[in-house]
Write a protein that binds this ligand. Structure first.
Ligand SMILES: Cc1cc2nc3c(=O)[nH]c(=O)nc-3n(C[C@H](O)[C@H](O)[C@H](O)COP(=O)(O)OP(=O)(O)OC[C@H]3O[C@@H](n4cnc5c(N)ncnc54)[C@H](O)[C@@H]3O)c2cc1C
Length: 302
């Protein structure tokens, strides 16, 4: 989608928003799939209510992009524009046990910086790509931990009130890959309350998690991590593996040989290939186990 409305175009410089024309989402997502659209990069949180009002008023559909590591985007000219937060400097500030982190901050870098300040708890998140905002939205987690457990406050643009609010941790529900934020709320910053731990001990935990990932995930390949959420008490990857579907493919979209819940783009997979593979695997699991697998990957198809 091309922004042509002159009211929007003339407002952007004053709002501190950069316009990037015809950006390929295939280049901004870890799956390497997706068509092109205009992208607005936001430098000032306080501009967001005015920007969003303008987009609503002019009926420009929009979606919010973090690091693109949990997204499957359709091909071709996209019917929406994309908003993204610019990276501030500094993006992480640590005082005592509190880390104040901008949503645009890289998650891995944040975990490492906290570790160097003897703040632990997030060892399992090392190796989870993307931004801190994306991790909050998804309640990212691994190896028995999730980011939501450490959230003290979140600065969020609330679509319902069209204002920026500060929510305290207990006001937000963080469940398995699900949060109580509304779909069009925007995470802007977070304060994390982290347990003190000696750096060497955190490093040891990080090494163990890294080794687990290296030995079980297709890390050099284009993927979005796990495609499906695990059903209650079960493992999506184990069910897909038991059905002999590792290596099963549609075009260049393929169930990874290393981890059956990672679907990889082995070359020039289209969104249609990946969606067809997801639908086929879901159908086979449904038939064999009577379980309907729910997407963990977020699909942008309209
Ligand atoms: C190799 C690999 C391994 C992975 N391992 C794990 C794992 O162990 N555990 C796990 O939980 N995930 C894992 N993932 C998935 C992914 O990295 C996480 O879901 C990550 O937290 C997504 O962050 P992102 O910034 O890339 O979000 P994006 O992919 O850009 O966006 C995902 C969703 O969050 C929304 N969003 C992004 N930023 C914001 C914001 N600031 N405010 C509001 N909404 C926002 C988007 O609109 C979209 O709906 C893995 C992915 C890969 C490629």
């Amino acid at each position: 989608m091309h922004i042509e409305n002159t009211k929007i175009l003339s407002a952007l410089p004053n709002l501190g928003v950069d316009l990037l024309r015809s950006v390929s989402l295939g280049e901004l997502t870890s799956l390497g799939i997706g068509g092109a659209t205009d992208l607005l990069r936001i430098h000032r949180h306080q501009s967001i209510p005015s920007l969003l009002n303008l987009l609503e008023e002019t009926e420009v559909p929009h979606k919010f992009l973090g690091g693109g590591s949990n997204l499957l985007v359709i091909d071709g000219e996209l019917p929406f524009i994309v908003l993204q937060l610019a990276q501030p400097n500094p993006d992480v500030v640590i005082a005592g046990n509190i880390a104040s982190v901008d949503a645009a901050a890289d998650l891995g870098k944040t975990v490492t910086l906290c570790a160097k300040n003897n703040l632990g708890g997030m060892e399992g998140l090392i190796g989870v790509p993307g931004t801190v905002g994306g991790a909050l939205r998804m309640n990212a987690g691994a190896y028995g931990m999730q980011i939501g457990s450490y959230v003290r406050e979140v600065k969020v643009y609330r679509a319902a009130t069209r204002t920026i609010e500060i929510l305290r941790g207990p006001e937000i529900s963080f469940e398995y890959r699900h949060t109580s934020f509304a779909p069009d709320d925007m995470m802007l910053a977070v304060t994390l309350d982290l347990p003190s731990k000696p750096y060497q001990q955190i490093l040891q935990g990080i090494r163990i998690c890294n080794e687990k990932r290296r030995s079980s995930q297709p890390l050099g390949q284009k993927s979005a991590g796990c495609i499906f959420k695990n059903p209650p008490g079960g493992s999506a990857g184990r069910m897909i593996d038991e059905l002999g579907l590792k290596g099963f493919s549609r075009g260049d979209a393929r169930v990874s040989d290393r981890h059956a819940n990672f679907f990889v783009n082995t070359g020039r997979a289209s969104a249609a290939d990946m969606l067809a593979l997801i639908a086929e695997v879901r159908e086979r699991v449904q038939q064999a186990y009577g379980v309907t697998l729910e997407n963990e990957v977020v699909v942008w198809n309209a």
